[in-house]
Design a protein around this ligand. Structure first.
Ligand code: UT7
Length: 343
């Protein structure tokens, strides 16, 4: 049997981007003492010079709300115009209810559809894929895709393998209807056989199973850096090229490359493997933002547009990759310059 209705479709694009970085800038010099490291080592191995940490009383949702309000205003919308929120995060400290519904309350729009996704550093690109489909099928009109993390809460400052990498921030986009096709096909998937390469542990259940066992420690991110590095360098470039090709572009016709900001050496290696010409503007927000997982791509997008305003309305290849291991990439048309942009 077939249902009796005529499906309607629309085109979708990113209408706006909004970013929030907590004011506290943390240079490498503040990190190195506890991990027997140096500013020089961190800069050489990762490109990171400094990052932002939220204050103890600044929550994930505080950051997300600030980013969302900027994105909504730049789209020329108000909170009530948002009819779905997709919240990508791995650092919301509750299993339920969702971060997305807490954000709705903070935005003063408690009626929109809202849910979280857990795809770590690929979470934002997973969210863009879903939002694109929601708008294209007219399931929603204006979707807020949020990537926000307070990773300083889940990083051990004494862990030599992670303390210098992870950071805090929130970046978001509003995806809505458009005349032209503004979001290309998503190429996504997983390498789940390597799912223990990045883990946040112990789980909540371990505390229940082992009451009073304080030496279990606080849940923190553990990362096998070299395993993830090799995977990113060898596997991600061909996936990113597939996303480019799926959108009908080539390295020569692409305007910007905004990969997940995990390590500047990974970014440089991707640029080389993909043979991106010098005309492609590459985001290097990692240098002053660190690795903010799901927030890194929208934060980098916002920074790039502030630095290079001529990229408004131009094409950008996004590629997210991380814990799972999971990945997703797509070409997007960057948002046009907002009429009401204050900064
Ligand atoms: O966002 C999710 C996805 N995550 C990623 O993409 C992260 C991917 N991985 C990485 O970015 C890199 O693996 C790290 C930046 C985490 C580490 O860099 P690396 O070049 O892979 O370092 P390594 O673990 O191979 O260690 C190299 C050397 C070792 O010394 P020897 O054996 O060569 O003498 C380590 O002991 O660097 C030493 N080392 C350090 N030295 C100073 C390891 N950690 C540190 C440190 N400070 N923090």
């Amino acid at each position: 049997m077939s249902l009796k209705f005529t499906p309607e479709t629309a085109n979708a694009r990113i209408l706006s981007v909004g970013a929030y970085r907590p004011p506290r800038v943390v240079p490498n010099s503040e990190i190195v003492g506890r991990i027997d490291s140096t500013d020089e080592w961190i800069q050489q191995r990762t490109g990171i010079e400094s990052r932002h940490f939220a204050s103890a009383d600044e929550s994930l949702i505080d950051m997300a709300a600030k980013s969302a309000n900027i994105a909504i205003a730049r789209a020329g919308l108000v909170a009530e115009d948002i009819d779905a929120v997709i919240f990508a995060t791995i650092s919301y400290p509750y299993q339920a209810p969702s971060a997305a519904t807490e954000l709705l309350v903070r935005l003063g729009n408690t009626k929109a559809a809202a849910f979280d996704i857990s795809a770590a550093c690929a979470g934002f690109c997973y969210g863009v894929a879903l939002a694109n489909d929601l708008v294209r099928n007219k399931t929603a009109k204006n979707v807020l895709v949020m990537g926000a993390e307070k990773l300083s809460d889940f990083t051990d400052p004494d862990d030599r393998a992670t303390a210098f990498i992870f950071a805090d921030g929130a970046g978001s986009v509003v995806i809505g209807p458009s005349q032209d096709i503004g979001i290309g096909p998503t190429v996504w998937g997983a390498s789940a056989e390597t799912r223990d390469a990045i883990v946040l542990e112990p789980s909540y259940l371990e505390y229940k199973k082992n009451p009073g066992k304080l030496d279990l420690g606080w849940p923190n991110i553990n990362q096998q850096g070299q395993t993830v590095f090799r995977w990113a360098v060898y596997e991600i470039a061909p996936i990113a090229l597939r996303a480019l090709e799926a959108a009908g572009l080539t390295p020569e016709t692409l305007d910007a490359f905004i990969p997940h900001q995990a390590n500047d050496r990974i970014i440089e290696s991707l640029v080389k493997s993909m043979k991106l010409p010098e005309s492609v503007v590459v985001a290097h927000d990692i240098r002053t933002s660190g690795n903010t997982s799901s927030a890194s791509i929208p934060l980098a997008m916002d920074a790039l547009l502030a630095e290079r305003p001529e990229l408004h309305g131009k094409s950008a290849l996004l590629i997210g990759f991380g814990a799972g291991l999971v990945y997703a990439g797509q070409v997007v048309e960057l948002p046009n310059k907002p009429n009401n942009q204050s900064k």
